[in-house]
Design a protein around this ligand. Structure first.
Ligand code: ZN
Length: 160
């Protein structure tokens, strides 16, 4: 299986069977994101207790990449500390938006292992393949930006 096929498989799976696709009545942090370029809409719900993201969910509609990314984002940050969620946000955004990624050899077809080489991102690395499709990058980062603004504009966030 080529890397692009692997990307597609994971993204299609999350797109068809989104995880954590539900409203969260007891959310402590909520934010909405909209990507006018594609028409994607994502509403992110977070329940934060102390400095841990106890639960994460979303509602949304839009293209498969935006919905798959939201699904993967909620899975990635659930149970993480706020600091870790922030780190994932920054790593993901950088990986998706940075064309020149350090250390990655583009002279040969990447292997399956390469996809999971970046341990800080794990399966999220699958979505970094969208950096080859600039018009889809906003689709992929939408849910992450919504999560980020939910945490930073929420009433219970501290900067400590
Ligand atoms: Zn989209």
């Amino acid at each position: 299986m080529s890397l692009s096929e692997l990307y597609q498989e994971v993204i299609l799976d999350h797109g068809k069977n989104p995880r954590n696709l539900r409203e969260m009545p007891d959310a402590t942090h909520v934010a909405e994101g909209y990507n006018p370029l594609c028409g994607d809409q994502i509403k992110v719900f977070l329940r934060v207790a102390g400095d841990v993201v106890e639960d994460a969910s979303f509602l949304g509609r839009g293209c498969a990449i935006s919905q798959a990314s939201a699904s993967m984002m909620t899975q990635a940050i659930k149970g993480q500390t706020l600091a870790k969620a922030e780190e994932l946000f920054e790593n993901f955004r950088d990986a998706v938006t940075t064309q020149a990624d350090g250390g990655c050899d583009h002279s040969s077809e990447p292997t399956f292992e390469d996809a999971f080489q970046d341990e800080s991102l794990g399966v999220l690395s699958c979505l970094t393949g969208v950096r080859n499709y600039p018009n889809r990058i906003k689709c992929a980062v939408l849910a992450w930006h919504a999560m980020h603004s939910a945490l930073h504009e929420g009433s219970k966030v501290t900067t400590e």
